[in-house]
Design a protein around this ligand. Structure first.
Ligand code: NAD
Length: 353
């Protein structure tokens, strides 16, 4: 028997190849005229090309978006938005760029139009993060949820395969944890299972041809579903661990997710059999944690925390941090078992119990 609360996200989604052609109409629909375009230095050229197609709608371009939204960068972008009298932020990029848009919106209420170019999913969540003095503070605020998301799979053709794989597994992680969330619901579970299926199928096709537009479209569709799950229900051990490891040891975001997910799922497997069955079904495998491990390995993702820069001496601290605050997770947090999980992830060993 079901008992649940379901809150639908009010975002407008525009999806499909060439959907960036809809940007002028979407900006107008918001009643805006002066977009502050946001991007990373690396994506300046892409963002400029899109801005060039928006004559009369661009206030300025700010190209300093950086991982984890350093407060200094957010302050500069906020000042530029105010100086140029921008009336919306147009974030073109991955989670870092969308995150910068959120930092502006948090203070000013400026509406965000997001044009995602990775599979991180931030564009459909009301979650923000800002890093000050080495500490990333996160929170939820409906003001930071982008009002419109324009998903154009053509913009993901340039995503390098390494980041394609880790970013897609990052997306799968949102859906996997959504399937055992204490505040989950049947609609979100449908989205989660379909999101995992779409992302995994896309990765298999992209291995053959990274410029396969149908597969890019499937990956982005899956990323939207998985991101929606992240925005709607609570995450558990996996996200907590990745946040802790990434923040404390400065490890790359998507890569940490790809390494940790099989081990976090193994930790929770016996306590969440229904979720595991749905993840396995979406992947077309018998065992969910092994299925994720093999998916990562088959597509060349980094397999160990050691390989992505985690110091061996940090494992004890990581266990303490992960167990410091109890939070909802299918299996209680037990230090000895957490240490074993991290030892496996550090070494890149298969996710055995
Ligand atoms: P990212 O945005 O940092 O991008 C990584 C690199 O890839 C950047 O140099 C970027 O310019 C480049 N890139 C992005 N798209 C590209 C493309 N199509 N072609 C070529 N290069 C491209 O990475 P990410 O994994 O998308 O985002 C990570 C950040 O997002 C982290 O700070 C994470 O905490 C945050 N995040 C937040 C949420 C949320 O709900 N608030 C959700 C997921 C991730």
């Amino acid at each position: 028997m079901h008992h649940f609360v379901y809150t639908a996200s009010p975002s407008r989604i525009v999806f499909g190849p060439d959907s960036i052609d809809q940007l002028p109409a979407e900006i107008e629909r918001l009643g805006a005229k002066r977009a502050l375009v946001l991007c990373t230095p690396h994506q300046r050229e892409h963002a400029q090309a899109i801005a060039d197609r928006l004559p009369g709608c661009v206030a300025s371009i700010f190209d300093q978006a950086a991982m984890h939204v350093p407060i200094e960068v957010a302050r500069k972008a906020r000042a530029l938005a105010s100086e140029t009298k921008a009336d919306c932020a147009l974030a073109i990029g991955g989670g870092s760029t969308v995150g910068l848009g959120k930092a502006i919106a948090l203070e000013s209420g400026l509406p965000i139009i997001a044009v995602p170019t990775t599979y991180a999913g931030s564009e459909v969540t009301p979650i923000y993060g800002i890093t000050e003095a080495g500490l990333k503070k996160t929170g939820r605020d409906p003001r930071v949820l982008p009002r419109v998301v324009v998903y154009d799979p053509k913009l993901t053709l340039s995503l390098p395969m390494g980041l394609t794989v880790t970013s897609a597994i990052n997306a799968i992680a949102h859906a996997a944890e959504g399937l055992y969330a204490h505040d989950g619901n049947p609609v979100i579970a449908l989205m989660a299972e379909e999101g995992i299926r779409a992302c995994a199928a896309a990765l298999r096709a992209l291995q053959e041809n990274p410029r396969d537009l149908a597969a890019r479209s499937s990956a982005l569709y899956g990323a939207w579903l998985c991101g929606t799950v992240l925005g709607a229900v609570s995450m558990g051990l996996h996200h907590k661990l990745c946040h802790t490891l990434g923040g404390t040891f400065d490890l790359p975001h998507a890569e940490v997710h790809a390494v940790v997910l099989p081990h976090a799922l193994r930790y929770n497997a016996d306590a969440a059999p229904e979720a595991m069955a749905r993840i396995a079904r979406a992947l077309g495998v018998a065992d969910a944690p092994m299925g994720i491990f093999e998916l990562a390995r088959a597509h060349g993702a980094p397999m160990s925390l050691k390989a992505i820069g985690m110091p061996a001496g940090g494992l004890d601290q990581a266990v303490e941090l992960a167990a410091a605050n109890q939070y909802p997770n299918p299996r209680p947090l037990e230090k000895v078992a957490l240490r074993s999980l991290l030892d496996h992830a550090f070494a890149g060993a298969a996710p055995t119990a």
